[in-house]
Design a binder for this molecule. Structure first.
Ligand code: CMP
Length: 497
């Protein structure tokens, strides 16, 4: 009766534990349950042939009960260390489970043998020589086991840490009796004997007392000597710090350094702190892409090896025709902008060479709402989103494509940006700065009035939609808005005189 209740309880526990650990892909519960069932069945069946009163029957019963006890201890170990403690968020390395279960099993076997009349103490004493022989032959194994226990107790390595051993880097996934397993970034598993870990020096990557886990990385790039380090560092740092980059720590900030002067170029490095230690290559690449675009925007090329030989016949005619082609394209771009309809063809031609090519990578912010700026952008290729933030929420109000322009209020009045414009794909822009436009305005101040008219018209049209103005109100609003914008344009351009 007692055996039936015990067997039922154990099987119920096995089912519950097996269900809770079904995703682990581990067969321990199945194996232990099978062992228990076999021991119970053997006890019942063999008990029939060998009654407990006989010597063989007694031994059969002892062995069956010993095995049942061992199976129950193993099952309780799994339940405690893989179900109960994880549910209570207590992280336990496997070795603790192994040690507890092994100790429990030895104690149970000792008690059971003693209960049945075996002299356990005498057995241990007389087997000392045998133990010594076995101990010597198991020296390495014991070294590994003690190493594993030492690593656990001094907490020098924990599951989840990233280790570097010689030139291999991997994340600790398991610390067992004999070995510690590391999973590398190349999808391999490295099995390291614990005695090796205890005897040798290893690095725990990204770990610093009381600090978040992050690893310092350096991404190098070459730039021609002709560009000033101040300019290079400023361009790269402002691009890397202006917005969050995936898995790059905000603190410490990414920094750009001039590392060395080489034969034909200066070697720079971006130092940044990686927060996802598994993604070093992908994030290095992300940082490199940001560097590439930042340099392109600043008009700073990456250096070309000094050995490169260029064989282009750079005649005056070739240069002139190339420049003329570019000017024609830019004039066409400027002419398509409504804001510049008041400008004469020769004024557009004067403005064209002053446009600065300004590329952005997908996701970069080109103009930020609320920031003061005094330049306008023409979108030559790619797409951009216009996003307005108000009361803490951001909404997309427009999508701009090739041929559009934005930032006109900044250029003409220096007002803070009314919206954020971000690149939706890689984009090529031409930037027109206030200084370039100023020269045209100085020569023909009347342009300001005509442009104010265009700006006022745009603004009033928007107000009409938002505020449902009728035609009389619209005419009045147009006139006051025009006066207001004209005053602000004049004031803005007078500031720099
Ligand atoms: P500016 O205010 O200088 O900077 C942000 C720019 O976003 C703004 O000029 C406009 O060019 C552009 N912008 C703002 N709102 C819209 C909108 N609703 N549709 C298209 N462009 C817009």
């Amino acid at each position: 009766m007692t055996t039936t209740i015990l067997a039922g309880g154990v099987l119920l526990l096995a089912v519950l534990v097996g269900w809770s650990t079904r995703k682990h892909g581990d067969r321990t519960v199945a194996f232990v349950t099978a062992l228990f069932v076999v021991a119970i069945a053997a006890q019942a069946l063999l008990g029939y042939w060998f009654p407990p009163a006989t010597t063989t029957g007694r031994y059969v019963r002892w062995i069956c009960i010993l095995v049942q006890g061992l199976a129950i201890i193993r099952l309780l170990g799994v339940a405690l260390f893989r179900v109960v403690l994880p549910a209570a968020r207590v992280v336990n390395p496997r070795i603790v489970e192994d040690v507890v279960v092994a100790t429990g099993s030895v104690v149970w076997a000792g008690i059971w043998l003693k209960e049945n009349g075996f002299n356990v103490t005498g057995l241990l004493a007389t087997s000392a020589v045998v133990t010594a022989v076995i101990g010597l032959s198991l020296q390495d194994t014991l070294g590994n086991i003690l190493g594993g226990v030492a690593i656990q107790f001094d907490r020098s390595i924990r599951v989840g840490d990233w280790l570097q051993l010689d030139d291999v880097v991997g994340r600790v996934v398991e610390i067992r009796w004999r070995h510690t397993s590391l999973e590398t970034r190349d999808w391999e598993t490295l099995v390291v004997p614990n005695s090796v870990l205890v005897r040798n020096r290893f690095r725990v990557i990204g770990l610093r007392q009381g600090q978040p886990v992050q690893q310092r990385r350096t991404v190098e790039f070459p730039v021609d000597f002709r560009y000033s380090p101040t300019q290079v560092i400023e361009a790269v740092e402002s691009a890397l710090r202006s917005q969050p980059i995936r898995a790059v720590a905000a603190d410490p900030q990414p920094a750009c350094l001039l590392l060395a002067f080489e034969d034909s170029f200066a070697r720079y490095g971006v130092r940044y702190w990686l927060t996802n230690l598994n993604g070093e290559d992908a994030i290095d690449s992300e940082v490199r892409t940001h560097i590439y675009f930042a340099l392109r925007r600043a008009g700073i090329p990456l250096s070309i090896p000094a050995q490169a030989v260029f064989l282009t016949q750079d005649t005056a005619e070739r240069r002139a025709s190339k420049a003329q082609r570019e000017i024609t394209e830019r004039v066409a771009a400027l002419r398509s902008i409504e804001l510049f309809t008041p400008l004469q063809p020769e004024e557009l031609e004067r403005l064209a060479p002053r446009l600065v090519p300004t590329p952005f990578r997908a996701g970069e912010v080109i103009a930020r709402q609320g920031e003061r700026a005094d330049c306008l952008f023409l979108l030559i290729s790619g797409n951009a989103h216009v996003i307005v933030e108000s009361h803490g929420s951001a909404s997309k109000v427009a999508e701009l494509g090739a041929g559009s322009f934005f930032g006109e209020m900044g250029l003409m009045t220096g007002e803070p940006r009314s919206a954020t414009v971000a690149a939706a794909s890689d984009v090529a822009c031409l930037r027109l700065d206030k200084r370039a436009f100023e020269e045209i305005l100085q020569d023909r101040p009347a342009i300001a009035e005509e442009i104010a008219q265009v700006l006022a018209q745009r603004k009033t049209e928007l107000d009409m939609v938002v505020e449902s103005l009728d035609s009389t109100a619209r005419a009045e609003r147009l006139s006051t808005t025009r006066q207001d914008i004209l005053r602000r344009v004049r004031q803005f351009f007078a500031e720099s005189d």
